[in-house]
Design a protein around this ligand. Structure first.
Ligand SMILES: NC(=O)c1ccc[n+]([C@@H]2O[C@H](COP(=O)([O-])OP(=O)(O)OC[C@H]3O[C@@H](n4cnc5c(N)ncnc54)[C@H](OP(=O)(O)O)[C@@H]3O)[C@@H](O)[C@H]2O)c1
Length: 308
């Protein structure tokens, strides 16, 4: 994992971050991020991606953008590629698009977005065109029907874009257990490349049926809300990381939560969101080194359940 000295100094100076100063040189010497293959194509993808739902939903350019730009630049320098956004995340898609274009890395990133409208076919097509404009790209890597909303209509739009070379992969998303039954039906009948769903130590229902089904159907799996929207940190506040976390190269609670997910064999990429460069470095660290085995995952569940 390479990080330029210039970048280290810039970020460290900008944030005054003690963690960054101490952690970045360590990460710079570590092996590259783990990769997983997208089942439908065999293309490799680094396992830690970046979400953007709330974090990039900010107003016009201010100093807040500098931190977000640092997050994206560090993500890219540390080998991250998969960036998840949506036109329905307020300003997130446009802000992220402007930042990646200013950094000149729009073609390096794996651009994942969504169609999220109940306004019918033309409204979905308009969203798709807006996503191209936001990122200044002719091609969207992955377009997903957001929360299964009007799924038949928007899958047709995304498939047509794929046939015409404007989209590379087709997917569907949810982050609600109440949609799992419907999601199961969709995964069984539709030809898809990816499913995106919520899965974390705090919300493990997806492992019961959806993750095994995704494996059976040969789908890539994107995991959203890997920190259960940050709630997992509340459960461990003031608690020491157990000594045995070192057995799978885990150095923080963040990495504990993310490595638990990455060790599931169905998972292709996780998309933790952050607006904080220190947290970004922490999150990327989950994608290097060993992962917990099955017995250790059970131990992690027992520890977590004992806290909540
Ligand atoms: N249906 C869907 O398609 C759907 C639904 C939900 C989410 N998503 C996607 O999934 C992404 C991730 O989900 P999410 O944003 O809801 O929640 P999340 O990634 O589970 O949690 C984000 C929260 O964790 C904090 N955090 C991140 N890294 C941390 C670290 N190392 N240490 C301490 N705190 C840390 C962040 O705060 P800081 O900013 O302070 O780091 C933020 O408050 C979204 O952004 C979106 O792209 C998709």
């Amino acid at each position: 994992m390479k990080i330029s000295r210039r970048k280290m100094l810039k970020i460290s100076a900008g944030t005054g971050a003690a963690l960054l100063l101490s952690e970045l040189p360590v990460f710079a010497q570590q092996p590259p991020l783990l990769m997983r293959l997208i089942p439908s194509s065999g293309e490799g993808i680094p396992v830690v991606g970046l979400g953007s739902a709330r974090t990039f939903n900010v107003g016009p350019p201010t100093s807040e953008w500098l931190g977000l730009s640092d997050v994206v630049e560090l993500f890219h320098e540390m080998g991250g590629r998969f960036f998840d956004t949506a036109p329905s995340y307020g300003t997130s898609e446009k802000v992220a698009g402007q930042i990646v274009r200013e950094l000149g890395i729009e073609d390096d990133l794996f651009f994942a977005t969504k169609i999220s409208t109940g306004g019918g076919r033309q409204a979905g097509i308009d969203q798709e065109e807006g996503s191209h404009q936001s990122w200044g790209r002719d091609t969207i890597d992955l377009n997903q029907v957001h929360n299964l909303r009007d799924v038949d209509t928007h899958l047709r739009t995304i498939r047509q874009a794929k046939e015409e070379g404007r989209t590379r992969y087709v997917g569907v998303t949810t982050s609600f257990a109440r949609q799992y039954q419907r999601m199961e039906q969709v995964l069984r009948i539709e030809e898809l490349d990816f499913v995106q769903l919520n899965y974390s130590l705090g919300e493990r229902e997806a492992a019961e049926r959806l993750l095994p089904l995704a494996q059976d159907r040969g789908l890539g799996v994107v995991v959203n809300e890997p920190y259960n929207v940050g709630r997992l940190f509340g459960a461990v506040r003031g608690r020491e990381l157990p000594d045995w976390a070192a057995e799978f190269d885990c150095r923080s609670w963040g990495q504990f939560f993310l490595k638990y997910i990455l060790a599931h064999p169905a998972v292709t990429v996780i998309i933790p969101a952050t607006s904080d460069p220190e947290h970004l470095v922490d999150n990327m660290g989950a994608g290097v080194g060993r992962l917990p085995d099955e017995r250790t995952r059970t131990r992690m569940e027992e520890l977590f359940d004992g806290l909540t």
